[in-house]
Design a protein. Structure first.
Length: 274
């Protein structure tokens, strides 16, 4: 068993989990695998997620889904809310789309805050927008100081979510709290040092879809460089089995207190979870 899930340890939180209605879960998981050229073992269903959580000792999950069109936004947010209502271990992040009007974004944010959703998930590569373009600014304006945003960062094939595009946003929006997914830049880890150009400390990272690729030395280097308090454990469900991601985390050899921070305490503090 992973050291991270030994009985008596602090809560383990998976900070990066995609969920879908059962009728489309398998298709969605397959589509993700095809998009990234990765074989996915999971069927993407909530039942398989709950089973994995129980088996691996994961106490909570930050769950979300991405709207690729405006008309999907309300239904996805309704689905995320419903799942958080059904499953106490789910922490819900809403979706938005940059083609929504300023008024539509504000209304949706206010509605979802009222429902208890805790943040926003954006995927520039899948949603087709640049992190630093004006369409996205409407979203940042609406949520800065209200709720954090988890942004998929990095892809060698595209420039939508390159680190260099995010730095000006971090600098312009001091009240915007950003979780930069995938150690801050999937497949663009050579750009992660650019985060030192941010004027404010308004960014964190998750570990999802990174430990499979990064060497132990590289991953530890990032953690030491930016501080262990900046990192949240995540598996990118349904991309990677939790058992494998937990083993990869433990292989880093973090001291127990630091491991507990990454595995859950940091996110509890960040989201002010009870």
């Amino acid at each position: 068993m992973s050291k991270s899930v030994v009985a008596g340890k602090a809560n383990v939180i998976n900070a990066h989990v995609h969920i879908y209605p059962d009728k489309i879960a398998q298709k969605a998981a397959s589509s993700i695998g095809a998009f990234y050229g990765v074989h996915i073992e999971h069927d993407g269903t909530i039942a398989s997620l709950l089973k994995e959580n129980k088996e691996m000792g994961i106490d909570k999950c930050l769950v979300h889904s991405v709207a690729t069109t405006v008309h999907q936004v309300a239904s996805i947010n309704g689905f995320i809310y419903e799942q958080t209502r059904l499953h106490d271990e789910f922490i819900g992040f809403m979706t938005l789309h940059p083609d929504m009007s300023k008024e539509e974004i504000k209304d949706e944010v206010d509605k979802c805050i009222g429902l208890g959703l805790c943040g926003v998930k954006l995927h520039p590569d899948c949603q087709g927008f640049y992190v630093d373009e004006k369409r996205a600014a409407k979203i940042y304006d609406a949520i800065a100081g209200k709720m954090p945003v988890l942004i998929h960062m990095g892809d060698a094939r595209y420039d939508y979510s390159s680190v260099s595009r995010l730095i000006p946003i971090l600098n312009d929006y001091e009240q915007l709290q950003v979780i930069a997914a995938h150690f801050g830049g999937y497949q663009r880890w050579d750009e992660v040092g650019l985060y030192h150009k941010a004027k404010h400390s308004n960014f964190h990272f998750d570990t999802s879809s990174s430990l499979y690729y990064l060497s132990k030395e590289k991953a530890l280097g990032f953690i030491r460089d930016f501080g262990v308090e900046k990192f949240f454990f995540g598996t990118d469900f349904p991309m990677w089995p939790a058992k494998d991601e937990l083993k990869r985390m433990d292989s880093l050899g973090l001291p127990d207190a630091e491991r507990e921070m990454v595995m859950g305490k940091n996110l509890e503090r960040f989201l002010r979870l009870p």
